[in-house]
Write a protein that binds this ligand. Structure first.
Ligand code: SF4
Length: 347
């Protein structure tokens, strides 16, 4: 009904656009649809209010059991939380319209790619929406850009990100919740295995693109031991990441509907305890978050993650920028010492 050519008249806004989306491709149980998009750049909410958000897709095929972003399909009247991983909407990218949106941003603005989807999920290999966004961002100056992903496909865009870093800040946030491949497969069924994600960390950092590793979410009695978090942090440090963080799981109702049946199948001995905590509140409160914060601080210090230096910004000024910022270079011989890196947008 929802995907008939002629959507029911009571649907409005994004739900109506979703209902009239054209089918791009169907693979196994996944359908790819094209979503007409009038505005690409959104605004965060709550504590994220000052941040601009960019989500190239709606839905995510990786299907993480704890995924909080499943709510995003509810706006399209797709209320079965499993549809989030089976109906993937690729946003229609129109370069001129997107560039017009970018012109409204100011130097120093923060733009976060992938707050409600993974920008490097399998759909990106076919539709290149994330790459198109990054190509437009490469012409911007002074933005603070974050990219969050769980996919090694991000390394495909290493050169493009290094180019963006010449005139903007950019940081990739790679999520690795565990190095245990069996556990990762259970929790994040279609996401690339942790070893591939670490290889992407190495490739990005070797090219001068700063990377943070996030062990989010920390799930009680699943991946929260000091040994497990320490292994992730140690591997992140060894591969050149300059920051590591981990925060406790939260489960909004749409995520709880997927997570509890998953626990019943894979961790039945934990069901009662999770029910007791998360049916009262989406967030863990009290001693547990404090204990995890202390644990993470200790681990970061152990692997010098609290003292790691960022690469200079911009990583490598463009030749024409050097000429503009150091006019003397254009006229005479190069000075013997390399000019100090220039911050295009000192904050
Ligand atoms: S990768 Fe992110 S957006 Fe995709 S299912 Fe997992 S948590 Fe959700």
């Amino acid at each position: 009904m929802l995907f008939d050519d002629d959507p029911p008249p009571q649907l409005i806004g994004i739900a109506r656009l979703a209902a009239s989306s054209g089918l791009l491709e169907a693979k196994r149980q996944v359908e790819y649809l094209e979503l007409e998009t009038r505005r690409f750049i959104g605004r965060g909410s709550g504590r994220m209010r000052s941040i601009y958000t960019l989500n190239p897709y709606r839905g995510c095929e990786f299907g993480c059991k704890y995924c909080y972003a499943r709510y995003a399909h509810e706006f399209m009247e797709l209320r079965d939380p499993e549809l989030f991983e089976r109906k993937i909407f690729a946003k229609q990218f129109r370069s001129a319209a997107f560039r017009a949106e970018l012109r409204r941003l100011k130097p120093g603005d923060t733009v976060w790619i992938g707050t409600a989807t993974d920008p490097y999920q399998p759909a990106e290999r076919r539709f290149d929406v994330t790459r198109s966004i990054l190509e437009a961002l490469a012409d911007q100056r002074g933005l603070d850009i974050g990219v969050t992903t769980k996919s090694d496909l991000v390394a495909r865009d290493t050169a493009l990100m290094a180019r963006i870093a010449r005139k903007n800040r950019i940081r990739v946030h790679l999520t690795i919740t565990t190095l245990d491949e069996g556990l990762a497969r259970l929790l994040e069924p279609l996401a690339p295995r942790p070893g591939l994600r670490l290889a992407a960390v190495a490739k990005l950092t070797q090219a001068g693109v700063p990377v943070s590793v996030l062990a989010h979410p920390v799930m009680p009695l699943i991946n929260d031991s000091e040994a497990s978090l320490d292994r992730v942090c140690e591997a992140a440090a060894r591969n050149g990441a300059t920051s590591f963080s981990a925060a406790p799981l939260f489960l909004k109702p749409c995520a709880l509907k997927v997570f509890l049946p998953f626990l019943e199948r894979s961790f039945p001995h934990l069901v009662r305890r999770y029910r007791e905590r998360f049916e009262k509140s989406a967030y863990l409160k009290g001693h547990y978050p404090e204990m995890i914060a202390e644990r993470v601080a200790k681990i970061r210090a152990r692997h010098t993650m609290d003292r790691r230096r960022e690469p200079e910004w911009p990583v490598q000024p463009l030749e024409d920028d050097q000429m503009r910022l150091f006019p003397s270079l254009a006229k005479g011989p190069r000075p013997s010492s390399t000019p100090e890196p220039v911050l295009y947008n000192a904050k």
